[in-house]
Ligand binder design. Structure first.
Ligand SMILES: [Zn+2]
Length: 154
């Protein structure tokens, strides 16, 4: 059974891993951080509802991870975010919003510390082939279906 949320989570009945907490972030506001080392494929956050269905990040609410252009988290299913690899204690758990947003006209200015920072993150970034390869297997299901449909056409 899941543990109860350790603090304000995304949505009224969202769930958060007990070894993660929100702290002030160098990227923006508050972020989600690993308190202890985490193994790969650890589910750290489960949303109260499948808010990624419409690809709109503004519906995700407080407690959702910050965007980072070199993601630590990927989507285990349409509600759960998991570590894509081993994570050291103290790491900010960022998600690449491209993995869950497919909204034309949406954008976010990014100043994350990654050398991969795209600076302007847009609602069509899921179409970037390098991102499709880097995050293979970790896309939010609605966006994964778009990628698969695109492959089927070519
Ligand atoms: Zn960035």
């Amino acid at each position: 059974m899941p543990e109860p949320a350790a603090g304000p989570g995304p949505g009224a009945d969202g769930w958060r891993h007990r070894d993660v907490e929100t702290r002030p972030s160098a990227i923006a506001g508050r972020g989600l951080f690993a308190v202890r080392d985490l193994a790969g494929a650890t589910v750290v956050l489960r949303l109260a509802r499948a808010t990624v269905a419409g690809g709109r990040v503004d519906l995700l609410g407080a407690g959702f991870p910050n965007h980072g252009c070199d993601a630590v988290l990927g989507w285990a299913d349409d509600r759960a975010l998991a570590t894509m690899g081993e994570v050291a204690a103290g790491t900010e758990l960022v998600a690449d919003y491209a993995m869950s947003i497919s909204e034309p006209g949406w954008y976010l200015r990014c100043h994350c510390p990654s050398y991969r920072c795209r600076q302007m993150v847009e609602g069509g970034d899921w179409q970037i082939p390098q991102l499709q390869r880097r995050y293979a297997g970790w896309w939010a299901p609605p966006v994964r279906r778009l990628i698969e449909a695109g492959r089927a056409e070519t």
